[in-house]
Design a protein around this ligand. Structure first.
Ligand code: SF4
Ligand code: SF4
Length: 154
């Protein structure tokens, strides 16, 4: 069956086009699968803190969302990045996030699957949350502050 135009990944699209110019397949493919945007954030007055607690919906064996299509319904604060909301969400994203890098006209890192052709490289080289976080189901809400790893968004 002939592929639709929007399903084609153009060669080196992340270098040649702006985020606004990406088709839907390219937009999805840009994600490195690190899972860092799925870590729980805590707000305290005007400050926002990042924890190493991973969202209830994530599968920590592969850092993938288990309910991707329903994610925004299931998790109130799920970012669900789109071309429209990217700008307001940039401050929540890690500096390694591919959307942030391309938005800043920077290169993708050498471990990105679009470079290595292997979606496991991000995990193998330790750039994902795999083996670096705890699942939200294992943490009591009153203890979440003790999992803070950084202050962000201020
Ligand atoms: S931080 Fe960025 S690159 Fe990593 S999983 Fe989230 S959206 Fe994808
Ligand atoms: S619901 Fe959102 S934050 Fe939670 S794992 Fe899925 S994509 Fe990540």
């Amino acid at each position: 069956m002939k592929k639709k135009e929007t399903e084609v990944l153009r060669e080196k699209f992340w270098e040649k086009y702006t985020l606004d110019q990406l088709n839907s397949s390219e937009w999805e493919a840009l994600c490195d699968g690190c899972g860092k945007c799925c870590l729980v954030k805590l707000e305290d007055e005007d400050k926002i803190f990042l924890t190493n607690i991973a969202c209830t919906q994530i599968d920590l064996r592969n850092c993938k969302c288990q309910n991707y299509d329903k994610r925004t319904k299931l998790v109130k604060n799920c970012m669900s990045l789109t071309k429209k909301n990217l700008k307001i969400n940039l401050k929540w994203l890690p500096y390694t996030c591919s959307y942030k890098l391309v938005s800043d006209k920077k290169s993708l890192p050498p471990w990105h699957h679009l470079i290595t052709k292997d979606r496991d490289t991000v995990h193998q080289l330790g750039f994902s949350i795999k083996n670096n976080c705890i699942h939200e189901t294992k943490v009591e809400e009153k203890n979440m502050r003790s999992y803070i790893i950084a202050e962000i968004g201020t």
